[in-house]
Ligand binder design. Structure first.
Ligand code: AP5
Length: 214
């Protein structure tokens, strides 16, 4: 199965992707995580991406499409995957269509996670992520057992540099302008399904399970 998650920053794409990959036994492919790992490792791609990410801007489409061409060719993608944070523009969606054609695959479902903007700043400014295993926490809604440490691997938790109120607003503006048109794009292809993402993590998880029918 090939799925993708569309939704504004902080709606819970990463959180819910972790549940889906366990249920379906397919990899999660998060462009944000891939870029952050390149930034940490100081690669050429990471250095270029950092300039955009720290300002809350989108990394150029061609950079993302080159990265995805390579990732989607990996062996673990043979039986499907869930895309988290990609595509984010119509240009990227068309690039994904081309890649899938080339690999003779089809996109099964685009899950559109919907939430009111007013809930986003709260979710993101209290998010903490693990440095090593990328597990996501929330100080208000899903805190770690010991303060500042990951429950899974024990490493330190950090606040992302793009989770400041000013950058969050910029990311939201870009979502409305560049990414929201994808909702119509996938609705027109009859593979878009809306998910109410305003409730608790568990409630949203159940909404997704119902939508995917797993
Ligand atoms: P990326 O990492 O993809 O960030 P994003 O899309 O802005 O999404 P987030 O990771 O911030 O949020 P999320 O929806 O995954 O929410 P989460 O589950 O963590 O991208 C970062 C940057 O990389 C971009 O700005 C851009 O520069 C670049 N980039 C990435 N992909 C790109 C692309 N394709 N093209 C160009 N540039 C690209 O949840 C958030 C918090 O809320 C957590 O604390 C969580 O615990 C909590 N939470 C989750 N669900 C709930 C709930 N139901 N109730 C209460 N709290 C909840």
């Amino acid at each position: 199965m090939i799925l993708l998650l569309i939704g504004p920053p902080g709606v819970g794409k990463g959180t819910q992707a972790k549940f889906i990959i366990e249920k379906l036994n397919i990899p999660q492919i998060s462009t944000g995580d891939m870029l952050r790992s390149n930034v940490r490792e100081g690669t050429e791609l990471g250095t270029k991406a950092q300039e955009y990410m720290s300002l809350g801007k989108l990394v150029p489409d061609q950079v993302i499409l080159n990265m995805m061409r390579s990732r989607l060719s990996d062996k673990d993608c043979l039986n499907g995957y869930i895309l988290d944070g990609f595509p984010r523009t119509i240009n990227q969606a068309e690039g994904l269509d081309d890649l899938l054609n080339e690999f003779e695959k089809n996109l099964d479902l685009a899950l559109i996670m919907e939430i009111d903007d007013s809930l986003i700043i709260n979710r993101l400014s209290s998010r903490r992520s693990c440095k090593s295993c990328s597990k996501i926490y929330n100080l208000l809604f899903d805190p770690p057992t010991s303060q500042g440490k990951c429950n899974v691997c024990g490493d330190d938790l950090f606040l992302r540099e793009d989770d400041t109120p000013q950058t969050i607003q910029k990311r939201l503006d870009i979502y409305h302008k560049e990414t929201k048109p994808l909702i119509q794009y996938y609705t027109d292809k009859n593979i878009g399904k809306s998910i109410d993402a305003q409730g608790s993590i568990e409630e949203v998880k159940n909404n997704i399970i119902d939508a995917i029918n797993i």
